[in-house]
Design a protein around this ligand. Structure first.
Ligand code: MG
Length: 170
């Protein structure tokens, strides 16, 4: 990889971390979900290790593209810039929409079946920051229809990354 490409990737990583923060999500919030998923299986697991794997996931291009698309659509919906019927579907986080989960799967796909299982679990249980994001539409005009799934997918992918790393040492 050329130096220019590396610089570009590093800048894009920072931009994405910043954009998540602007939308109310810190990487540590995601790492906490990863920790809750893997701690039952790994007694020596720390939040710091989970944080490293969350960062690793966000450095992947597949994840970056999904994050950019999802956040963009949430923001456009908040600004009322999407045509109907999609505008209402996104603002109401219509339960049968499903495209938000499908977009998020492109993050999890990179990490195989453990990532997929974990994603299904967090999507159903909405731990930690996911719960907060889930309630926001009705409360204050925010739209996090895509972001909650993206956060869940990053956490699930990082959990899978942790699991694979420890499996290697067995
Ligand atoms: Mg959603």
């Amino acid at each position: 990889m050329s130096e220019n490409n590396q610089l570009y990737d590093e800048k894009r990583y920072e931009l994405i971390v910043e954009r998540l923060k602007n939308r109310g999500v810190e990487l540590i919030d995601i790492a906490e979900i990863t920790y809750s998923l893997q701690a039952p299986y790994l007694s020596n697991l720390t939040l710091e290790i989970c944080m490293e794997h969350v960062e690793r996931v966000i450095k992947k291009r597949e994840a970056q593209h999904a994050i950019l698309v999802g956040i963009e659509l949430d923001m456009l919906a908040e600004e009322g810039k999407i045509s109907e019927p999609l505008q209402t579907i996104l603002m109401k986080d219509y339960g049968l929409f499903g495209v938000d989960e499908i977009l998020a799967l492109s993050i999890v796909n990179v990490y195989g079946s453990i990532g997929l299982t974990n994603f299904g679990y967090v999507d159903k249980n909405k731990p930690g920051i996911m719960k907060k994001l889930d309630n926001k539409v009705s409360n204050d005009g925010h739209c996090h229809t895509f972001l909650d799934d993206i956060v869940g997918a990053i956490a699930a992918a990082a959990a899978s990354s942790v699991a694979h790393k420890y499996a290697e040492s067995l």
